[in-house]
Each structure stands twice: as C-alpha cells, then as structure tokens.
Design a binder for this molecule. Structure first.
Ligand SMILES: [Zn+2]
Length: 111
C-alpha cells in the first residue's frame, strides 16, 4: 500500500486492491502490487496421473491479483498454499473468460 514513507522506486499510487507493503529494499523482481489473497479449501489433482483423479488431495488454493509497478497488465495467480507449483497465472481478461467457462461447465451438472 502506498504510504507517506513509500519507497523511492514507487513512483505511482497502488491500485485500490493492493494490500502489499512496499519496501525500499524490495528486489526489482518483487516490485509488484499484490492483493489480499483469497484462500480456497479444495480437493485438487496436481500431478499428471492416470486416471487424472488418482492424485486428488486436499489443499488450500491461493488466488491473488498482481501488477508490476509501472505496467498496466493485471494478472490473476492460482497456486497451492503449500508450494509454488503448479501455478496458473492468467491475464485479467483470460481469468474472466475462465470464470465464465467454469460457470458454463458447472451448469452442465445441474439437474
Ligand atoms: Zn502496491
């Protein structure tokens, strides 16, 4: 979040959704805005198994928004809380399309 003692490299305001504390000594690759993550309890398969459901396990999925400082591209990341992979990073537009298509697919299961 942008504050009175914002780092010198942060020449822009944070987007309204940014919950990250930006520090003067943040590594250049870590200079991005980050939303408060949503935690999603899930049962998911993360390995390439046969059948595909063989690797189902309980986990917490973390969903968050990011945007590099100085660029307009907003991304949505989905990753297990316990590890970094598999990580799915989508542009905002792609995430909205995924959201729509998840709705369509799940509607097929409704009686
Ligand atoms: Zn920020």
């Amino acid at each position: 979040m942008t504050g009175a003692d914002a780092p010198t490299w942060l020449a822009e305001g944070c987007p309204a959704w940014c919950a990250r504390e930006h520090l003067e000594d943040d590594h250049p690759e870590d200079r991005y805005h980050h939303s408060e993550p949503s935690l999603v309890p899930a049962v998911a398969a993360t390995a390439d198994t046969v059948p595909v459901t063989a690797s189902l396990e309980s986990m917490t999925l973390v969903v968050w928004l990011g945007r590099h400082v100085g660029t307009p591209l907003v991304w949505v990341a989905i990753e297990p809380a316990e590890r970094r992979e598999p990580r799915l990073v989508l542009t905002e537009e792609s995430a909205r399309a995924l959201h729509e298509h998840l709705g369509h697919q799940l509607a097929l299961t409704e009686p």
